[in-house]
Write a protein that binds this ligand. Structure first.
Ligand SMILES: Nc1ncnc2c1ncn2[C@@H]1O[C@H](COP(=O)(O)OS(=O)(=O)O)[C@@H](OP(=O)(O)O)[C@H]1O
Ligand SMILES: Nc1ncnc2c1ncn2[C@@H]1O[C@H](COP(=O)(O)OP(=O)(O)O)[C@@H](O)[C@H]1O
Length: 199
């Protein structure tokens, strides 16, 4: 594939700041990361509902859904996961520019890939939320039966089994879903957004 050359950035007449004036909130990216079954999808769904009910504009990007469309040409090798996260980072940046609070729910197992997204976004617009849950509990939950398939060798390169997960070193938030209910987890995140004047 040859990269495009001779392309020039074209400014809009309306900026992100203009769009944010129509909102009563900022437009950060809430980047959820954690093992499969840790609760990323469950919590982002509940959080998005809570935000919507407060009149806040949101959009949720979820690994399972995005891999059906935009990223349907990617698998689970380290290179493909990197490209998956790079594209989601770019999409999140557009959403932030559009004035939405984005909730992303991807395993995003590599620190470097998550840090690249942090660098891509304006300061304060990347909120890393580590959904912490032991492999043991995730495997006991096994909501999609994938751990069982990974253990039997039917699925290869499964995160936590035969592919790595690198825990965040300095996440803005850690939510432990072995200790907190779904409602408590949502409240922790809402409190963070309020305290830091995002909403
Ligand atoms: N090999 C392997 N490893 C991990 N996960 C797998 C795999 N194969 C399929 N699945 C399903 O795909 C979902 C993870 O996709 P992501 O885009 O979030 O993964 S990644 O961020 O690129 O690592 C993940 O969804 P969640 O369970 O919601 O995390 C799984 O349902
Ligand atoms: N405290 C909790 N927070 C989030 N999910 C929980 C919790 N306790 C049990 N669960 C269950 O764990 C599973 C998490 O699955 P899911 O949200 O799909 O995780 P992920 O998106 O990280 O793969 C769901 O079946 C959910 O009902």
């Amino acid at each position: 594939m040859t990269k495009a050359t001779n392309i020039v950035w074209h400014e809009s007449a309306i900026t992100k700041e203009d769009r944010l004036k129509l909102n009563d909130h900022q437009s950060p990216v809430l980047w959820f990361t954690g093992l499969s079954g840790s609760g990323k999808s469950t919590i982002t769904v509940a959080l998005e509902k809570a935000l919507y009910e407060k009149g806040i504009r949101t959009y949720r990007l979820d690994g399972d859904n995005i891999r059906h469309g935009l990223n349907n040409n990617l698998g689970f090798s380290p290179e493909d996961r990197k490209e998956n996260i790079r594209r989601i980072g770019e999409v999140s940046k557009l959403m932030s520019d559009a004035g939405l609070i984005t909730l992303t729910a991807f395993i995003s197992p590599y620190r470097e890939d998550r840090d690249n997204v942090r660098q891509l976004l304006a300061k304060g617009d990347f909120i890393e939320v580590y959904i912490k849950c032991s492999l043991e509990s995730c495997e006991a939950r096994d909501p999609k039966g994938l751990y069982q398939k990974a253990r039997s060798g039917e699925i290869k390169q499964f995160t936590g089994i035969d592919a790595p997960y690198e825990e965040p070193l300095h996440p803005e938030l850690v939510v432990n879903t072995e200790q907190n209910s779904i409602e408590e987890s949502v409240d922790i995140i809402l409190a963070y957004l309020r305290t830091n004047q995002y909403i």
